[in-house]
Design a protein around this ligand. Structure first.
Ligand code: PHE
Length: 452
């Protein structure tokens, strides 16, 4: 086992913020947030999601960073260090497993994004193209999506094999600002399309009539997924922090950046959906269909389109590496593997686990999950995000709240904290609000899902 002293740590003050926001900002903001909002009624979902970010997302983010920094360990090792000889390490194991499942299909969608770097050229330069057909044509072909899934996984493995600082930190510094600039340009085009107003009111004017317990479950699932919580990615990144770095303020920056980018993505997409006559409930294909249609309506649209999908792929990459890093850190810390070995072996296994998700639109297209009625990719997504992530976050909150103790956690969290200080309010959120909300929402949402 490596001692915490030899362990790598972030090279600069902002290193952690950049890496953690790199992990948080990804397909979750730009691909998943809009279609979830579109499937769950627009503004009403947006509001519930924002409440979930504040009441659950932020306190859980702080919680996971504390556990990571305190122990300087991977998620399994962290629980072992705080509660030796108890079964609590299983919560860490659940996280490692969840990371595995998420990355396996995350890479499939990221592969679509890579393919769209050139598909968008066809979509924006062909007259009278049906944008939905371009997308469906892509995902229903067998080899092309598999090829890009493999390319994306190889890139992820390459960066993780390179190490924490030289691999991860370097990339995120450049990419985050570029994404924001491009989104703002897209928003300007989208809101000035004739007919954009209807999309804006869908996105901003809540109608709570459609809200069910499934809406709440979807909102907490989205909160966990988009903030990379509930599976140990943030514990792992927190484990590369030294004591002199602030926790509560850094967590607020990461949550703020991530939420800001998701909201911006909604402004780029909803006005366009309504202006161009698409349905907001189009599911996972939504951004791949809508945005190229917007690009086609813009001067220099092809160029912007290429840039957009390059950046989306990079944003996905900075998230994917945090998923692979969890498994890798565990194998290095606990099993004595080398970084290269674990990145490569796990990369291959995860790629293989992802194959059914990509084939779910071609060879395995008849296969749906009983009760859920979802295709394979959506099934991976549903179990990972509606069950495993909230469960991981819930158990970690219970662990800190009742076993390790919020007093210890607050002491660690306030070490060198300057901008925000943790106090009883945080302990209250972790001990009561987080477990009760997640527990109730999960039970009701799951029951509602399977009872029809
Ligand atoms: N937060 C990432 C995104 O929004 C996905 C992710 C989930 C990354 C869990 C790491 C852990 O795309």
């Amino acid at each position: 086992m490596q001692s915490p002293i030899e362990r790598e740590s972030w090279a600069t003050r902002v290193g952690f913020i950049l890496a953690a926001s790199g992990s948080a900002v990804g397909l979750g903001n730009i691909w998943r947030f809009p279609y979830m909002t579109g499937e769950h009624g627009g503004a009403a979902f947006l509001i519930i999601y924002l409440v979930a970010i504040i009441l659950i997302g932020y306190p859980v983010m702080v919680n996971e960073i504390i556990v990571g920094r305190k122990t300087n360990r991977n998620p399994i090792g962290a629980f072992k260090a705080l509660a030796p000889n108890t079964p609590w390490w299983l919560v860490g194991a659940l996280g490692v497993f969840t990371g595995f499942v998420i990355l396996s299909y995350y890479s499939v969608v990221a592969g679509w994004s890579l393919a769209y770097v050139y598909k968008v050229v066809i979509a924006t330069t062909t007259a009278d193209v049906e944008h939905a057909d371009v997308f469906v044509g892509h995902i229903t072909s067998v080899w092309e999506p598999i090829f890009w899934h493999a390319v994306f996984m190889a890139l992820t493995v390459g960066i993780i094999a390179g190490g924490v600082v030289r691999g991860i930190q370097k990339w995120v510094t450049v990419l985050m600002p570029a994404i924001i600039i491009l989104l703002v340009i897209l928003i300007i085009r989208a809101v000035t399309l004739p007919g954009a107003g209807e999309g804006l009111s869908y996105y901003l004017r809540p109608d709570f009539g459609e809200v069910t317990s499934r809406t709440f479950l979807a909102a907490i699932a989205q909160a966990f997924f988009t903030l990379s919580l509930g599976m140990g990615a943030i514990i792992t990144y927190g484990s590369y922090l030294r004591g002199r770095h602030e926790i509560p303020g850094n967590a607020a920056s990461v949550v703020g950046i991530d939420t800001g980018i998701a909201i911006l993505a909604g402004f780029a997409i909803f006005p366009a959906i309504f202006a161009l006559g698409f349905s907001p409930a189009a599911g996972p294909g939504l951004v791949f269909i809508t945005l190229p249609a917007v690009f086609a309506e813009m001067p220099l649209g092809t160029l912007f389109g290429i840039m957009f999908f390059v950046l989306l792929s990079f944003a996905a990459l900075t998230s994917a590496i945090s998923l692979l890093e969890v498994v890798t850190a565990w194998l290095i810390d606990e099993k004595g593997w080398t970084r290269k070995q674990s990145a490569i072996v796990m990369g291959i296994i995860i790629f293989t686990v992802g194959l059914p998700a990509t084939l779910g639109y071609s060879v395995l297209s008849g296969v749906t999950f009983p009760g859920l009625g979802t295709d394979l990719l959506d099934t991976y997504d549903w179990f990972a995000n509606s069950i495993f992530l909230p469960l991981g976050g819930l158990l970690t909150a219970i662990f800190v709240g009742y076993i390790w103790g919020t007093k210890n956690a607050i002491e660690e969290g306030n070490r060198n904290a300057r901008f925000i200080k943790l106090g009883n309010w945080w302990g209250f959120l972790i001990r009561y609000v987080v477990p009760v909300l997640i527990g109730v929402i999960m039970i009701m949402g799951i029951y509602d899902t399977f009872s029809g």
